[in-house]
Ligand binder design. Structure first.
Ligand code: AMP
Length: 272
């Protein structure tokens, strides 16, 4: 991969990287299309990164289908799929990690303590292997996007980070490889995440400014659905992820909800 990327760079090509864990859905395809129109050579990595899964997480059962991904990538005119083996990325003697001081201490980082260390580490490695000019990430993983942007600045990666809006199902559910785990009843309950963001948006438009009030209304709306268990609902500063009490500018609302065994996330910027 490195030799191939070096050669393309010497030829003056603009390299674009779309990092993924595979099992493509339309969210990935949206990133791939953005990538296709952003440079000359489009590289998509497919790697289910073990270091971002906690011991209780779904690393083993995470859905994988490289043949299907290759077919979809070909249709989207992807130039190169980089799908390394686990042992190529993490040798037996591997011991170096990238971790951030502040941004992981919020939202998903609280219930998944080593998750963002795993993400920052694997993305650093992919950046060092491919050395793309541009890399594309989804707004669906908002905290991840902030962390990657911060890491790129802090560690002087010479890479432009481009983000893409969340792609949703018709009923608003954010697309995710994990949606495939849901039973029909759980799939119905999964609508509650986006619905609660819309309720919050309406409340903010209707002059409600108190974050606790919005959180309590949306909590109730989610718990009405069977098999839902709230991990967090947070209203916070979109740059620092620090909680806010009163909404008086663009503010991030982010949530994680277990639907049955499956943990789903979503977010929206609330604008008064
Ligand atoms: P994943 O394979 O889940 O690690 O996701 C790979 C990339 O796709 C990440 O940058 C995600 O933020 C992005 N992504 C995942 N789901 C969506 C979605 N529904 N809409 C937009 N981007 C997404």
């Amino acid at each position: 991969m490195r030799e191939h990327a070096d050669k393309l760079r010497r030829e003056g090509k603009t390299l674009v990287l779309v990092p993924t864990m595979g099992y493509f859905h339309n969210g990935h395809i949206s990133l791939i299309r953005k990538g296709r129109s952003s440079g000359d050579e489009l590289i998509v990595s497919v790697f289910v990164n073990p270091s971002q899964f906690g011991p209780e997480d779904d690393y083993e059962k995470y859905p994988r289908d490289l043949h299907r991904d290759l077919d979809l990538a070909e249709k989207e005119k992807v130039d190169c799929i980089f799908a390394p083996e686990r042992k190529e990325i993490y040798s037996e003697t591997f011991q170096t990690y990238v971790s951030l001081e502040k941004l992981p201490n919020h939202l998903c980082g609280l219930s998944r303590p080593s998750h963002f260390r795993g993400v920052a580490t694997v993305i650093s490695k992919l950046f060092n292997i491919v050395r793309p000019h541009i890399a594309i990430f989804g707004q669906k993983d908002y905290q991840q996007l902030l962390i990657i942007r911060r890491m790129v600045m802090d560690l002087n990666f010479n890479i432009k980070i481009v983000d893409v809006p969340t792609v949703r199902e018709r009923d608003g559910l954010a697309m995710s490889s994990r949606n495939t785990y849901l039973t029909p009843q759980q799939r119905n309950s999964a609508r509650s995440l986006y619905q609660s963001l819309k309720i919050a948006q309406e409340l903010v438009k209707g002059e409600t400014r108190d974050a606790d009030k919005i959180i309590s209304v949306t909590k109730k709306s989610i718990l009405k659905y069977p098999e839902t268990l709230i991990d967090y609902i947070t209203i916070c500063d979109p740059d620092t992820l620090e909680r806010v009490e009163t909404i008086d500018g663009p503010t991030l609302m982010a949530l994680a909800v277990h639907v049955g065994e499956t943990r789903l996330i979503d977010n929206m910027i609330l604008k008064p």
